[in-house]
Every structure is written in C-alpha cells, then in structure tokens.
Design a protein around this ligand. Sequence first.
Ligand SMILES: Cc1cc2nc3c(=O)[nH]c(=O)nc-3n(C[C@H](O)[C@H](O)[C@H](O)COP(=O)(O)O)c2cc1C
Length: 357
Amino acid sequence: MKYTTRATELLHITCPIIQAGMAGTVTTPDLVAAVSNAGGLGTLGAGYMRPEEIRKAIRDIREKTKKPFAVNLLITRSVQANEEDIRKAQELLEPIRSVLGIQSPNYAIAEEGYKEKLAVLIEEKIPVFSFAFDVLDLTELQALKSKGTKIIGTATNVREAKILANMGADLIVGQGSEAGGHRSTFLGTVESSMIGTMALIPQLVDALPHIPIIAAGGIMDGRGLAASLALGADAVQMGTAFLACTESGTHPVHQEAVLESGDQSTGLTRAFSGRYARGIENQFMTALQSVEHALPPYPIQNALTTDIRKEAAAQKNREYMSLWAGQASPMARKESAYDIVQRVVKEAYERMAIIHK
Ligand SMILES: Cc1cc2nc3c(=O)[nH]c(=O)nc-3n(C[C@H](O)[C@H](O)[C@H](O)COP(=O)(O)O)c2cc1C
C-alpha cells in the first residue's frame, strides 16, 4: 500500500505515517526499522539516551533497514535549580517513596543538555531529525542541513509553527491536545495551547501553505489518517498507536494500562517531570494534583522523580509509573508495527472510497 503526499516525497517514504519518537524504552531499533521497512518513517526517541547509546542505536537501525528513519530529541535549555523549591518538592514526594519502600536519594542536577547528542546526529548524517520543546539554533540547523538531514519541528499553535518555519524547518508536526506524552508548547502557557487536532491542523495548513504539516494527537487508524489528509495535513505522526505493538520496548505494565484504558482514562499532569504531559491517570497524578503548580520546572522535577519511576517499574506498580498515552488509547492494538502502518493506509483508502461514493 502506498500513498503519495508532499511529505512522503520530501522524506523519501511511501506511506504518510510517522511513528513518533518516544523518549524512554519504547522506540527500540527493531520498532524504528519495522516502521521504515513498512513504508512509514520510524523514529528513535533519543531524548533520554546518552550520546554513545544514540550512536549505537543508529548503527543498529541501519543494519535492520536501508530505508529513511528519524531521530528525535527534546530541546532542553538549562534551568537554575532553586534549593528551597527542590527541598519542598522532595518533601511532597516522600510519602510516595515510603509506599515504594525507597529512601530519598541525594539530588544532583545532571547536566542533561541536548548539544552533545545533536553532535552525534550530525556526525552520523541521519536522514531526518525531529525535535520538540523549543527551536534549534541556526548553526545547529545549518550543520544538520549540510549533511542532507531533513528537519521536523513541533508546534502546538500557529505562532510556534510560523517561528519554526522561519527557522527553516522542512516539515512541522501540529500536536493536538489529544496527544500522549509531553506538550511541546514553547510560546505562552500550555493551557492556552490545548487546541484539538481537528481545530489546529487546518489553521496550520492555512497559515503555512508551503510547508507540509504532520497531524499528531488521537490518530490511531485509517479514519484518523483519512481525516488528517482531509484537513490538509500531508502525513500523520502516531505515538500511542505503537505503544503496544510487538516490536516496542514499552514496559509490559504500561502496555497493559493502554490496552485496558477507556475514553476517560487520560489526564494532564506536570507532577512527573515539571512539564505538562498526558498519561493514564494513576495514584501519583491524583496525589500531587493539588500541588503540581508549585513543583520545579522540567527537567528538574523529571530528575527528582527518576528513582520513583524506576522503582515503580521494577515493582510493576502502575500507580507510580508515568503511563504516557493519548486520549484515543483504547484503540491501541497488539499488532506488529509493519501491520499497523499497512493497515492504517488500507483503512484510509477504504474510508476515502466511502466518502467519495
Ligand atoms: C509514550 C510517549 C512518549 C513520547 N515522547 C516524545 C518524545 O520524546 N519526543 C516527542 O517529540 N514527542 C513525544 N511524544 C509525543 C508524540 O510525538 C506525539 O505528539 C503523540 O504521540 C501524538 O499523539 P498520540 O499519542 O495520540 O498518537 C510522546 C508520546 C508518547 C505517547
């Protein structure tokens, strides 16, 4: 199955489906390669990987596919850690640590910049680079482009998309409020950029007719792909749809939570990381809901909760893990990544044929 758009031509792929880069354990080289081999664009979510791990994963992907793939980073600028805020946040996390039976570790802010990771991507001459949370510096953009790398930025409103376009992005992801994982908002408040995919995509298409827009948020099957194309998008980016697939490295408890979820299961929280993100609601989110506005910003809070998330995962305790997933999570299936890509394109054709009748 093939479907040609401006995005497929630019990215040298045959299906307008991008598997979202998902930082953490989800996007194994097997998953990335399977999506690319199916005609979509697999993406390595390298946001939390060390530079040398990223290099190894890229080489692994290249052994498994000759097709284009992407690597995704989270553009994080360093923030000053305020001792008093950290002490207060640790105090709020203490009852959760005691439930899990762990001690509060000595907190040391790790310098978790993206620049060393980006240097690896430039050296490795990757086909496509996607990013979220901010813009790139012009020198970084030029260094990537000089290696033939295509650039995909992420916007949650029209103003951000225009800035990414001026910066020189080749394609732009429009992240609707349904989306699983972190909000990518970098201009204004997250609350003012909770725009649904259906409302956001045509506004981005109208504002930037010369740049292919990629619809993200709530797209799980051919109906979502057909709808996105009808709204003027040139491709879709799907994250949640790949969480339970055979090749994903998603923790089994996270997969189970996604497969058992319902239409009202997800909520928005900044308690895990200091940045708003959508996930399946659990005790951790409920317990910190009333105080989450006072918690330190990303990536400080993310570092503070690392031990909790790790221990909860080791104990298979879903109540204290970050179970990132989008509003359409009940539609996720246990299926191979290859089948997801091919099925979604086939279903989109069927849906469009119904509309044309
Ligand atoms: C588990 C998970 C982790 C994610 N991590 C990232 C990430 O590291 N970088 C990024 O650009 N987007 C990330 N996202 C957001 C996706 O890029 C995309 O916006 C979202 O998955 C689309 O909505 P959907 O989940 O309904 O398909 C993540 C999403 C999920 C579900």
